[in-house]
Design a protein around this ligand. Sequence first.
Ligand SMILES: C[S@@+](CC[C@H](N)C(=O)[O-])C[C@H]1O[C@@H](n2cnc3c(N)ncnc32)[C@H](O)[C@@H]1O
Length: 289
Amino acid sequence: MLHKPVLLAETIQLLNVQPHGVYVDATLGSGGHTREILNRLGPEGRVVGIDRDQEALERVERDLRDPRLLTLHTSFSRMARALREKGIQEVDGVIMDLGVSMEQLKDPERGFSFHSDARLDMRMDKTQRLTAEEIVNRWSQQKIERIIREYGEERYARPIAKAIIDERKKGPIYSCRQLAEVVQRIKRKRTRIHPATKTFQALRIAVNNELEELQKGLENSLEMLKKGGRLCVISYHSLEDRIVKRFFVDTEKKGLIKRLTKKPLLPTKEEIRDNPSARSAKLRGGERI
Ligand SMILES: C[S@@+](CC[C@H](N)C(=O)[O-])C[C@H]1O[C@@H](n2cnc3c(N)ncnc32)[C@H](O)[C@@H]1O
């Protein structure tokens, strides 16, 4: 397993796993959090593992082979309906660990990484039609600029969008490396992070409609939680964290949730040393009242 579960002990504690409980892992990924929940469940307990990536579900099923785990191929924005279709009306806890897994990131075929010669894909769900290649080669300059600015929080959104349009006049931009080089020509300054990081983040968010998904996923989770049930969310960048924070503040005001974390829980220095991809993680939690 490539992916190391982030903030594992903190999340499991916040989730307050009960042996007979029914839990939803809305982002099954490599099953790191699910495995730990299963360890705390008795024979009656259940985990429903959701992912929009069919390969992830198959991998975890194969690895865990646990009859208490039910996997569902869907987006977490449609979680409530999918659970009801399986006869599950309410749950004791939901965990959402946002973004992509290491398996997805490191698979050159998936097109998430700027180091790869793979086609610009970036779909978490391979059955979806929209790809990063389509955005980069077909969308207007204005639309590309807007997503790079809004989803990438990139200062150089305008010149990058223009460079993309200029490049594609010469021929289609197919590969991740090709796009990274276009961005690099605009952002020449050496920085600790790769110059194309923000542009790639923006494309990934747009391809997977991540922010809208998140808002709906949070609402779906609230709908399914029983009284006393807990929702734990790990976010990795400020756009996500803003949505999560606002959701908990708003639902607390409405008397639906009690926040369990006024300030988000962060990884320790040791965790970041062992797993650098945990460095920007923030965990927030709330209890349905
Ligand atoms: C960071 S990984 C989760 C890792 C997991 N917690 C573990 O420890 O192995 C995020 C996973 O969520 C999935 N995902 C992201 N957005 C989703 C959505 N809207 N609906 C369903 N799954 C989603 C991704 O496909 C990916 O497999």
